[in-house]
Write a protein that binds this ligand. Structure first.
Ligand code: PRP
Length: 221
């Protein structure tokens, strides 16, 4: 470590726990950003440090990643665009990583198609109330009742809580196994890099260098 690195501020990454985390670690590794400790699946540690490059990483719940980045508790975040849209935080979205691809859709039984077509006042269950509201109220001019759920949203129409759901569809397996269909597509989704607005100015060179390397690595995949 030279004297320059020793005095450098840590650059902090907030990564999304779960499906995206492994893929993100692989990508960071491809540009020489490694953190062996974080790969240990049994660890209960929350913050991981790479002293050589003056980097810190933490794994957070997806919806909290933009919160950390907006507040400056993390300089950089990696998170799905579903969460970016839902949370609507003041952060810069700087790169589409191209993985974690899926779609935000309105889903339900085939019979709900008519309700959508005639803009009936339907009940919509979702983990994404802001996205659902924007879609029905602003884009479709349809008044609906939004019911916020925290997971297993497909249950909504099955048990009679809602007429349709707004949810992520990746392989379509969950819908198929529960007798539901995609009725309307809202938007495509993928993993994105977000950056704190102050960090983008103050640490511009370091952050820009990382983004450029990530872009190059993705292009060579
Ligand atoms: C997500 C999403 C769907 C499912 C879609 O749920 O909410 O339920 O994955 O994936 P598929 O099209 O490949 O079947 P997740 O597994 O994150 O759990 P949750 O339902 O508890 O939110």
């Amino acid at each position: 470590m030279d004297a320059n690195t020793e005095n450098q501020k840590y650059l902090v990454f907030a990564l999304c726990k779960g499906r995206l985390a492994f893929k993100t670690l692989e990508l960071l590794e491809s540009i020489g950003i490694t953190c062996e400790e974080m790969k240990d699946k049994d660890t209960r540690k929350l913050v991981f440090v790479n002293e050589e490059h003056k980097l810190k990483f933490f794994l957070a719940k997806g919806p909290d990643v933009p919160t950390y980045v907006e507040a400056g508790a993390a300089d950089i975040g990696v998170v799905g665009s579903d969460i970016i849209l839902e949370e609507n935080r003041r952060v810069y979205e700087v790169l589409d990583l191209g993985y974690g691809k899926c779609r935000m859709c309105v889903c339900g039984p085939k019979s709900a198609e008519e309700l959508l077509k005639h803009r009936e006042r339907i009940r919509v269950a979702t983990k994404y109330p802001a996205i659902a509201k924007d879609y029905f109220f602003n884009q479709k001019n349809q008044t609906v009742d939004i019911i916020k759920l925290n997971g297993s949203v497909e249950l909504g129409p099955i048990v009679g809580l809602s007429d349709v759901i707004v949810d992520i569809v990746e392989t379509g397996g969950t819908l198929r196994e529960n007798g539901l269909d995609v009725l309307e597509e809202i938007c495509p989704l993928s993993a994105r890099v977000i950056v704190n607005q102050v960090s983008m100015k103050m640490q511009n060179e370091r952050i820009y260098d990382i983004i450029k390397k990530l872009q190059e690595s993705l292009a060579n995949e």
